[in-house]
Design a protein around this ligand. Structure first.
Ligand SMILES: Nc1ncnc2c1ncn2[C@@H]1O[C@H](COP(=O)(O)OP(=O)(O)OP(=O)(O)O)[C@@H](O)[C@H]1O
Ligand SMILES: [Mg+2]
Length: 274
């Protein structure tokens, strides 16, 4: 294996916002073609880690390499990266049409001031179809539901045919059927050899799809295959609470706080599984 087989390399990376240390001494590598889930509680630094890989945040210590170079030196290779940001509140009057949001994904390729070609528009349409949004092309982005906005942002990231796809909680606020279709889509892309880093809180679901998980809580708690690293001890450490893991077969199915397990009658289920 050569150095270049790693798409993302983080070496002793620490990241700070003004006075707050968001990430501490993270060392992690992501191989070409790997599907990695980034797990951790709210405020753990997951989005910060994604932004650091994108070069939007500069570490105060350590080094970041993407496709073998620091993110700021990616140049044209920046279009190899598709990014689905965590959806925050979007102004409902935000005037841009859904289709144009997806086309914006191509601006890195076609430039801001050139008109998109027919091929560009066809690529945007294909991306919209892949997330089942083809009937909503003319809708204002702000008028779409949270889940529809989320799907559209996935389409925008896919339109460039990325080699590396970074998704920050793409299934938040998305119904179960759509969420499954997003996971199936990611699974297909993984099958095609695309490297995927997915931030998620669906510990149980993502474990069924990904090769490895990295659990962070400011520092890297564990990193490895889901079946090997998603232990109760690791979850306790990561979530900073008395967490319990319910298993169906080898994969974690659900994580709850221990005291909640009693309240919602899951203690017995846990005993049955043993
Ligand atoms: N722009 C900012 N300025 C100051 N502090 C910030 C900023 N953005 C994030 N933080 C802080 O950095 C820490 C990590 O934030 P981050 O958004 O990376 O967490 P996260 O793991 O993505 O959480 P969530 O699951 O809620 O999305 C948090 O304590 C957060 O409050
Ligand atoms: Mg986040």
């Amino acid at each position: 294996m050569t150095e270049n087989d790693f798409v993302v390399e983080l070496d002793h990376v620490s990241v700070m916002y003004q006075t707050h240390l968001a990430l501490r001494n993270i060392t992690m590598r992501v191989r070409e073609g790997e599907f990695l889930a980034l797990l951790g509680p709210n405020g753990a630094g997951k989005s910060t880690l994604i932004k650091t890989i994108l070069g939007l945040m500069e570490p105060i210590a350590g080094t970041v390499k993407v496709f073998g170079v620091p993110p700021k030196q990616l140049g044209k290779r920046r279009t190899w990266i598709g990014y689905v940001p965590q959806v925050t509140n979007v102004d409902p009057n935000f005037p841009v049409k859904a289709f144009d949001i997806v086309l914006m994904g191509l601006y890195g390729k076609i430039g801001l001031f050139r008109r998109p070609s027919r091929e560009d528009k066809e690529a945007a349409m294909r991306a919209m179809e892949s997330v089942g949004m083809q009937d909503l092309t003319d809708r204002r982005f702000g008028s779409l539901s949270g889940g529809q906005q989320q799907r559209l942002l996935v389409a925008r990231a896919l339109v460039v045919n990325p080699k590396l796809l970074l998704l920050d909680e793409p299934t938040t606020g998305v119904d179960t059927a759509t969420s499954s279709s997003i996971y199936d889509l990611l699974s297909d892309l993984h099958g095609k050899g695309i490297t995927i880093i997915l931030v998620s809180h669906d510990v149980g679901i993502v474990s069924q799809y990904v090769d490895r998980v990295a659990c962070i809580n400011q520092s890297l708690v564990v990193h490895g295959k889901p079946t090997e690293v998603l232990t109760e001890e690791a979850l306790d450490k990561m979530y900073g609470c008395d967490a319990m893991l319910f298993l169906h077969g080898p994969m974690p199915h659900m994580v709850v706080k221990k005291e909640m397990a009693g309240v919602i009658g899951l203690e017995d289920l846990k005993k049955e599984e043993r």
